[in-house]
Design a protein around this ligand. Structure first.
Ligand code: HEC
Length: 167
């Protein structure tokens, strides 16, 4: 008997909604932190670990991991290293919006992350975009920071959502 081929569109939808929900929660936290105490304070909130996944999706146990990866990463943990991740990113660089692959017992969804609002540039732009206090905190917290000098519309990185395909 051949195993049933998992339904790609189902995992694509699930991956996409997880990426969207996480992005929304992240952005809400960052904007709130900026409003409360400014950009240099908000630096600690642009981080997927700072987002509690309260949605029903997290409770199903189907979502194994949520990451944001980049070729020019700020946090060393977010660097693209695996071959599959590299080819997914190359596809997104060539203009693809998202992609899904299957591997042993898992579906992996990738989706592009673009610099689509000026707020992003306050922490990922050029020296002229950044407040001096932001530059200072970033230098201290992320000495190997590569995530600078982006412009509006640039591809900043990608979501990588790993989901279980078997119960
Ligand atoms: C207040 C400063 C700040 C703002 C505003 C901000 N970021 Fe970030 N960003 C960071 C920090 C700090 C990290 C590293 C987080 C960590 O340690 O995981 C980061 C990491 C990331 C990463 C993960 C890859 C990496 O470089 O480590 C992506 C993708 C990203 N940011 C995209 C964005 C986008 C898109 C926006 C605008 C919607 C944005 N950021 C706005 C500070 C910011």
């Amino acid at each position: 008997m051949t195993p049933q081929k998992p339904d790609a569109s189902q995992y694509r939808r699930l991956g996409d909604s997880i990426a969207t929900l996480t992005q929304q929660a992240l952005l809400k936290n960052v904007v709130q932190a900026v409003t409360d105490s400014g950009f240099s304070y908000a630096i600690r909130y642009c981080n997927v670990h700072a987002v509690a996944l309260t949605s029903a999706l997290a409770g199903t146990g189907q979502v194994l991991s949520i990451q944001r990866l980049s070729d020019k990463n700020r946090n060393p943990d977010n660097r693209i290293t695996e071959a599959a991740d590299q080819s997914a990113f190359a596809y997104l660089q060539s203009g693809g919006a998202d992609t899904l692959i299957f591997r042993e017992g898992e579906a992996v969804y990738y989706k592009s992350i673009k610099i689509m609002m000026p707020t992003c540039l306050k922490c990922h732009g050029s020296d002229a975009d950044l407040d001096a206090s932001v530059a200072e905190v970033l230098k201290e917290k992320y000495p190997g920071d590569l995530a600078r000098n982006y412009r509006m519309g640039d591809l900043r990185g990608m979501w990588k959502i790993v989901m279980k395909t078997e119960s």
